[in-house]
Every structure is written in structure tokens, then in C-alpha cells.
Design a protein around this ligand. Structure first.
Ligand code: ADP
Length: 299
């Protein structure tokens, strides 16, 4: 659906993106992950043709991005762009009109979008009375008025309440069920792991890795055992895997986590060591990023 081919972007002396290539298939949620300054927003602005001056090629359904293809894209910017002094419906109407909707089609679509963003009951209230999370949901709704095929969201959950976050997650699931494609830029790795089928890791303008989330987890992340116990040392645990210490507890990394766990239990029993806490830790996307870049996303 969307192909990004060898794209490079400079802002004066800053190289914001260098030789980025990726293919985003239709009907999935594609995560764009990287620390601040990685180049996520720049890439999104290029896809939405807010930035047109760059090297390389971006194609949507095998066509260069143009005003015609732009009609099929919905962009939710990081900053909220709403009219505070008019109602939720009024804002959706405004955006619908910009995209050429009117009459009963506009009214119908406004109703559908209000349901999707969970704001039907507040449709007649002024935006100025809304919480940050509600405004963000409405902001997403505005980008959905023209029923786009591809929806691009830039950090849509920054600084919002848990309920609105859940709504946004639910909304994305519904969009996917309806066959839409979502690009989801975030530095919240747990959200990306939960929502996205594929992911691209960007770091300082470069593509670190990209692929199917479950495959990357399998390829790069090793499961581990978390153990907290009295009188136990890293040396004693090294027989069971690679050990790292976190305060007064340890992580033991091993592909054979389950059998290692049994062995650790036997060892502790035999050595009269009281285990305070023992857990099998599922590999996380955060670990993949760490393994690839040597740093945590939010360092
Ligand atoms: P992200 O969205 O991942 O935080 P950005 O795309 O905003 O990353 O930024 C990538 C790099 O480009 C950063 O080094 C940033 O300082 C720089 N940059 C972004 N926008 C501009 C701009 N308008 N002018 C100059 N430099 C910019």
C-alpha cells in the first residue's frame, strides 16, 4: 500500500533521515518507533506531503503522493488542531466540509465518527469543556471524516487519561477490522507491542530494523527469569543463563527459561535459599530495541 524508497531528508545541516526504506502492507497497524529526534515526525510529514523537499521516493498504491492520493490519507498531528469555541459535531462538520462532504452524507458521517470516538453523548458540547483525552479523540475523529484508507497518527496518546487511551486502542482495532491501514508513531513501546502488527525502529534518522512484531521478538529477544532471594549471588545463577542484576534481584536470560526455572528452584531448595519472588519474563519489544541499539527508548 505504501512504499518508502531510500528516503533522505536534511534540515540545513541536520540529517533528519538517512536512506530509509520500508513497505507498509494494507490492513495492518504499522508502528513507527524511536526516541525523540529519531525522525518519526519528519517521515510522517513526508508521507502526508507536508514536507515535499526530500531525496528518494514515497508511493501510495503505486502512485507518487499527490492531491488525489492525499484524499485517501488521514493525518492526526501530534498537536491538537480544534476550534475550542464550537461543539464536537461542529468541528467534525468543518473537517468533513474541507474534504468535500455535505448534506445528509456529512450528517451521517459525523454520527458514525462520533460513535467511533466515543463522543456521541458530548456531540453538542463545546470543545473548551473537554478533557485533554477527549480533545485528542476528537482530533482523531476529524482525520477520519473522509473515511481515509490510511490513517497516520503521530504520538496520539501523549498526556491523556487511561480511558481515552483505551478508546484510542479500541478505535484502532475497529479501523483495522474495517480493512484500514494505520501508521502509529509512538515512543511507548508497550502500546506498539499491543497494537501493531509490524514495526520499524528508527534511531537518529536511521532505520535500525523493521519487520513483523512477533518475528522480531522471536529473533532478537530472549526470555528471562526474574529472581529475588535471600543470600543469592550472580555467580550462583550463571550456570542457568546470562545474568544481569537489578537492585537486589537478578534476571537470567536463557532460551530454555522454563527448564532453567525448574533447575533454579531445585538449586535453591537444595541450598536452603528462600525465594522471595520468581517469575518467567516474556520478552518485550523494549528488549529488542535495547539489543539492537544498546539503549532504552526513553533514556
Ligand atoms: P521525532 O519525531 O522522532 O522526535 P523529528 O522528525 O521531529 O523526530 O526530528 C528529527 C531530527 O530533525 C531532529 O534532530 C530534529 O531536531 C530535526 N528537525 C526536525 N524538524 C526540524 C526543523 N523544522 N528544522 C530543523 N531541524 C529539524
Amino acid at each position: 500500500m505504501l512504499t518508502i524508497n531510500n528516503v533522505t531528508k536534511h534540515y540545513d545541516k541536520t540529517e533528519a533521515l538517512k536512506n530509509i526504506s520500508m513497505t507498509i502492507p494494507g490492513g495492518i497497524c504499522y508502528g513507527l518507533v524511536g526516541p525523540n529526534g529519531a525522525g518519526k515526525s519528519t517521515l510522517i510529514k513526508m508521507i502526508t506531503s507536508i514536507i515535499r523537499d526530500y531525496e528518494g521516493k514515497i508511493e501510495f498504491n503505486e502512485q507518487r503522493i499527490s492531491d488525489k492520493t492525499k484524499q485517501k490519507l488521514g493525518y492526526v498531528p501530534q498537536d491538537i488542531v480544534l476550534e475550542e469555541n464550537i461543539t464536537a459535531s461542529g468541528n467534525l462538520y468543518l473537517f468533513g466540509r474541507i474534504y468535500g462532504l455535505n448534506g445528509s452524507k456529512l450528517a451521517q458521517r459525523t454520527k458514525e465518527v462520533l460513535t467511533l470516538i466515543g463522543l456521541s453523548e458530548r456531540s453538542k458540547d463545546k470543545v473548551s469543556t473537554f478533557s485533554g483525552g477527549m480533545k485528542r479523540r476528537l482530533n482523531i475523529g476529524c482525520a477520519l471524516m473522509h473515511n481515509p484508507e490510511l490513517i497516520i497518527m503521530d504520538e496520539p496518546t501523549v498526556g491523556i487519561d487511561p480511558q481515552s487511551r483505551q478508546y484510542i486502542f479500541q478505535m484502532i482495532e475497529e479501523l483495522k477490522t474495517a480493512g484500514k491501514t494505520v501508521i502509529y508513531a509512538s515512543h511507548y513501546m508497550e502500546e506498539v507491542e499491543r497494537l501493531c502488527d509490524n514495526v520499524a525502529f528508527l534511531d537518529r534518522g536511521k532505520m535500525v530494523e523493521n519487520g513483523v512484531v512477533s518475528e522480531l521478538l522471536q529473533q532478537y529477544a530472549v526470555p528471562s527469569i526474574y529472581i529475588k532471594a535471600d543470600r543469592i549471588s550472580a555467580e550462583q545463577l550463571e550456570a542457568y543463563g546470562e545474568v544481569s542484576q537489578e537492585k537486589n534481584a537478578f534476571f537470567i536470560y536463557t532460551e530454555e527459561a522454563l527448564s532453567a526455572m525448574e533447575n533454579v528452584i531445585s538449586y535453591c531448595r537444595e541450598s536452603d535459599i528462600d525465594i522471595e519472588r520468581l517469575e518467567l519474563v516474556r520478552p518485550r519489544l523494549e528488549d529488542v530495541f535495547f539489543r539492537l541499539t544498546g539503549s532504552n527508548l526513553r533514556d
